[in-house]
Design a binder for this molecule. Structure first.
Ligand code: TMP
Length: 215
């Protein structure tokens, strides 16, 4: 690490607000890829490694989490990502797998940079340090109106909203807008999918974006 040359695998990240339907669509995309006999590795952030899951627990469920400052939050998310990249993502890409990541470095750019108002340059540098030169080949942003995203969070069965989910509507408006601006600035890497449609329609749009990019 970092990689000396581009490995044969493909890294696709999924981004969007909570309740945008990323996890459902990752399962559906994995099924398409497996039909083509591709080996798929699905990971989620923060987490995906033992160290990462422990970090996730601190960030999301720590009862004193409300006292966590934005800088700590950024460093914890990126620490979990650094581990995931080296322990899971790079070996999978070297084996030629398609890696589907439920969130990647753009989540830190948007949530900590834009949502928490941390300065852009340090966020970018820390992000870059954490991932080395492992960047997504494609990033799919599932865009949903904030009201819909909040409605889905509240409808989620069984759990009490976690620390991030307790943020207010203006925070989530900033997140949504942040993703749209970021996607516009890097159209070669990003595809924005309208997530306010049926799951089948969203699946179709995602497959249409992914298929031509497969080697
Ligand atoms: P999830 O609900 O999609 O699993 O994401 C967990 C929460 O962590 C979600 O509120 C987004 C947030 N998050 C960040 O704030 N920064 C990050 O870098 C990542 C990966 C997630």
């Amino acid at each position: 690490m970092p990689l000396k040359q581009k490995p044969p695998g493909t890294l696709i990240s999924f981004e969007g607000s909570e309740g945008s339907g990323k996890s459902t669509q990752i399962v559906r995309l994995a099924a398409h890829l497996q039909k083509l006999k591709r080996e798929v590795v699905s990971v989620r952030e923060p987490g995906g490694t033992e160290i990462g899951e422990q970090i996730r627990n601190i960030i999301v469920h720590n009862s004193r989490g409300d006292e966590m400052c934005a800088e700590t939050e950024l460093l914890l998310f990126t620490a979990a990502r650094a581990q995931l990249v080296r322990e899971v993502i790079v070996p999978a890409l070297v084996r030629g797998c398609t890696v589907l990541s439920d969130r990647f470095l753009d989540s830190s750019t948007v949530y900590q940079g834009i949502g928490r108002n941390l300065a852009r340059d340090p966020v970018q540098q820390i992000n870059q340090f954490a991932v080395g030169n492992v960047m997504p080949d494609l990033t799919i942003v599932i865009d949903v109106p904030t009201t819909l995203s909040l409605k889905r969070i509240r409808q989620r069965a069984s759990d009490v909203p976690d620390r991030m989910e307790r943020e207010n509507i203006s925070f989530y408006n900033k997140i949504r807008e942040g993703y749209l601006v970021l996607a516009k600035s890097m159209p070669q890497r990003f595809v924005v999918i309208d997530g306010a449609r049926t799951e089948d329609a969203i699946e179709k749009s995602i497959w249409a974006a992914v298929k031509p990019r497969l080697g």
